[in-house]
Design a protein. Structure first.
Length: 358
């Protein structure tokens, strides 16, 4: 497979280049008679189109190590496996690999996060075919961006002010944008400080997670709790401990990651059942909340399957999965419980909803 044709050429403008390189580029531009605009932050060209597959996933897991395969595209049956090399120049002088990717149903918008100064996945990046990638600097928090049913808005976690969710119009993304000067549809709840969540396909109900108080001692990590709230009435129900809620296409079910696996529950909080059993490798702490990359369920557009990754290390071999080869992408039939491996060496898969999905 020739990856050079697929490789993104993403280079930071000379403002962020190292001194010798900056001088060389400066002289070349003078000779060429080109003019550098002060608003330029980096130059890049996305491919004419992104691979037309069911699932997009992440392959890079260590910030300190790089791979030529940072985003993967694959069908649900494992066919048409394609990799794209994407390294986004960040404002600290380095290059960051994408994480938590998602893609619009028509393939027109690719959305993912890149690490912040602290190493956690923070800044949001939006890419369109044949256009440059844009970092939306609006004080992003962590977790996967969740697209609304119409695919025009992303539900994101903000860190300023803390514990805030917002609906962000992807078309408004601009490099270096001021969060105070743009329209963000605030989704802050009154009783809680949500850390992440997802809107129902009709955008009328919010499922979100919140970390509670320390339960046993200051050394014990808090267990997150999932809530579901009707936005019009404010009526709220508690789903239970877990995180990463994801709505089924018909809005009837919510999938989420619990302490010992992936669960399904009806939107009214009834009929909760585990569909995937999951345990961290021995010594990994309380699974899966302390893992570097806990599994995040994503629905198929027909509502019959969930796709997710699992750490597949044998117990006792290692405390945590920390390289991409340690993870495997699976899908599970929610009715039969049949679990099928799609591929090795990928994580954070997201199933693309086609145009006819709600």
């Amino acid at each position: 497979m020739i990856r050079e044709n697929r490789k993104m050429k993403l280079e930071r403008c000379i403002t962020y280049a190292k001194v010798p390189t900056r001088k060389l580029v400066f002289y070349i531009l003078i000779i060429a008679g080109l003019h550098i605009q002060s608003s330029c932050s980096f130059q890049n060209i996305a491919p004419d189109q992104f691979p037309d597959t069911d699932i997009i996933f992440q392959t890079e897991t260590l910030w300190g190590e790089r791979s030529d395969e940072t985003l993967g595209f694959v069908n649900a049956d494992g066919s048409i496996l394609t990799y794209l090399s994407i390294l986004i120049p960040n404002k600290w002088g380095g290059k960051s690999s994408p994480c938590y990717p998602t893609i619009a149903s028509d393939g027109s918008t690719l959305v993912f996060r890149i690490p912040s100064a602290t190493g956690t996945a923070g800044e949001l990046v939006v890419m369109h075919p044949s256009q440059r990638a844009i970092i939306c600097n609006v004080e992003m928090g962590g977790g996967r961006p969740s697209l609304t049913g119409d695919q025009n808005l992303a539900l994101i976690h903000l860190v300023s002010p803390g514990g805030r969710l917002a609906l962000f119009n992807l078309a408004n993304c601009e490099e270096g944008m001021d969060p105070q000067s743009i329209k963000i549809y605030d989704m802050t709840t009154i009783q809680h400080s949500p850390r992440g969540g997802a809107l129902s396909p009709n955008s009328q109900t919010l499922a979100f997670e919140e970390f509670g108080n320390y339960q046993d001692s200051e050394e014990t990590p808090p267990l997150p709790t999932i809530y579901v709230q009707d936005l019009a009435s404010g009526l709220e129900i508690t789903i239970g401990n877990g995180f990463a809620p994801a709505w089924s296409p018909d809005g009837q079910w919510i999938a989420f990651t619990g302490v010992d696996g992936i669960y399904l529950v009806k939107a009214d909080g009834t009929d909760k059942r585990r569909v995937v059993e999951y345990q961290s490798p021995e010594g990994g702490g309380r699974p899966p909340f302390e893992e570097d990359w806990p599994p995040l369920p994503s629905w198929s557009p027909d509502g019959n399957w969930l796709v997710y990754h699992k750490c597949t290390l044998e117990p006792g071999l290692q405390t945590n999965c920390n390289v991409r080869e340690d993870y495997t992408i699976f899908k599970v039939n929610i009715e039969t419980g049949e679990e099928i491996k799609i591929l090795d060496g990928g994580l954070n898969p997201c199933w693309r909803w086609q145009q006819d999905a709600p």
